[in-house]
Design a protein around this ligand. Structure first.
Ligand code: NAD
Ligand code: DAU
Length: 353
């Protein structure tokens, strides 16, 4: 048996592929365009492993998708490939529409053609798992209940609007054509291989380099942080046992303000790699806020627990310690990603703040 994963060289996708092959001998065909966020080094542990078939290509390439589906006949598709960074979507929304909307549409159409031609047993067993985000629900007031699966869609950024559009396409392909889909909407992930444009890895790499730690606005925005390995186990549970056509919210029951997160990262670095200049929190600076910045996200993850028996295994204390240790032990990986293109992004996003 085989599964087709898209975006498996990115942060969550590479963690998913590594976790999958640590627990199963089922082949993974990994289709990734290797944008700035895709990194073959994330998958170096699988070099020479015949269970991992890497394909460098784009999800908008219908001919390629048709060829891969005909050749490998996967029993499931797990769709991670996306442009994923809110700040990049503010500076350049076009790529988000192309990959997240047109790419999901193209993949759905290819999946539908493949699935329609399957024998009855394979047809009923087939799954299209769409990996999405809590950001599609918009922003919560401080005292509002956490997002359930029936919360209205109110996306506020070009990124979240593009993900909301892709969720709607997936839903429609199920209702109209009967394609056996599953959708999961997850909160903020953190962990190994997280690209340092996102809050937690940015703070770690900047602190170690003695650079400012830029907190947007007042830093009181709330996110619900989940260790990436727990997201991977949740996706496996949904894929294995989720009800077709359903959506499942995935979260860590761990709401924290950005300021709290940054202070915890600084405290761990003070413990594990103390600086001669003094505590890392001295580097914290408040910078101009993100336009349209969502104030609070929080996930009500009771449905996935009730129906599928999933709960996160890590606490934030255990997950963030593992994460900081991982960055301290992987200086080569960090140096590799902090190359020319990354410096351009830092200048674009931070110089005028
Ligand atoms: P990422 O940006 O780290 O990785 C995205 C991957 O997709 C990269 O390997 C990139 O090369 C690939 N890709 C981009 N465009 C492509 C295209 N056109 N064709 C093929 N491959 C392409 O993203 P991530 O943080 O790992 O997120 C993965 C998925 O999970 C996304 O769909 C995202 O919306 C969703 N998600 C992320 C989070 C989070 O906290 N990071 C939380 C919830 C949901
Ligand atoms: O909620 C799930 C989403 O989480 C995913 O769908 C996205 O793909 C993922 O990127 C993430 O989105 P956020 O915008 O919440 O993550 P980010 O790490 O960019 O920012 C987290 C918070 O930290 C947010 O409130 C903005 C703030 N921030 C971020 C950066 C990069 C700062 O204060 N300073 C920064 O330099």
């Amino acid at each position: 048996m085989t599964v087709l994963v898209t975006g498996g060289a990115g942060f969550i996708g590479s963690n998913f592929v590594l976790d999958w092959l640590a627990q199963s001998d089922e082949t993974v065909v990994n289709l990734d365009a290797l944008t700035y966020a895709g990194n073959r080094r994330n998958l170096a542990a699988l070099d020479g492993d015949a269970r991992h078939v890497f394909v460098h290509g784009d999800v908008v390439d219908r001919a390629l998708l048709d060829r891969l589906l005909a050749e490998h006949r996967p029993r499931a598709i797990v769709h991670f490939a996306a442009e994923s960074h809110v700040d990049r979507s503010i500076h350049g929304p076009g790529a988000f529409m192309k990959t997240n909307v047109e790419g999901t549409f193209t993949l759905l159409e290819a999946a539908r053609a493949h699935w329609s031609a399957l024998e009855a047993d394979a047809k009923s067993a087939f799954r299209f798992h769409h990996v999405s985000t809590d950001e599609v629900y918009g922003s919560l007031a401080a005292d509002a209940p956490a997002f359930t699966e029936t919360h209205p869609y109110e996306p506020n950024s070009p990124y979240s609007a593009s993900k909301a559009a892709s969720d709607h396409l997936v839903r429609a392909w199920h209702h109209t054509y009967g394609l056996p889909v599953l959708t999961s909407n997850c909160s903020n992930n953190y962990g190994p291989f997280h690209f340092p444009e996102k809050l937690i890895p940015l703070m770690i790499v900047n602190a170690l380099a003695g650079k400012p730690l830029p907190i947007y606005g007042d830093g009181q925005q709330v996110r619900d942080w989940l260790y990436v390995g727990d997201h991977c186990s949740a996706i496996r549970a949904v894929l294995a046992r989720g009800r077709v056509g359903e959506t499942y919210n995935i979260g860590g029951w761990n709401e924290q303000t950005n300021k709290q997160i940054v202070h915890q990262v600084c405290a761990l670095l003070d413990e594990l790699r103390p600086s001669a200049e003094g505590p890392y929190a001295r580097l914290i600076t408040h910078v101009t806020d993100r336009p349209g910045h969502d104030r609070r996200y929080a996930i009500d993850a009771r449905k996935i627990e009730r129906e599928l028996g999933w709960r996160p295994a890590e606490t934030f204390a255990s997950g963030i310690r593992k994460t900081v240790q991982w960055y301290l032990e992987h200086g080569d990986w960090v140096a590799d990603v902090l190359s020319g293109g990354y410096r351009d992004w830092v200048a674009t996003n931070y110089n005028a703040r």
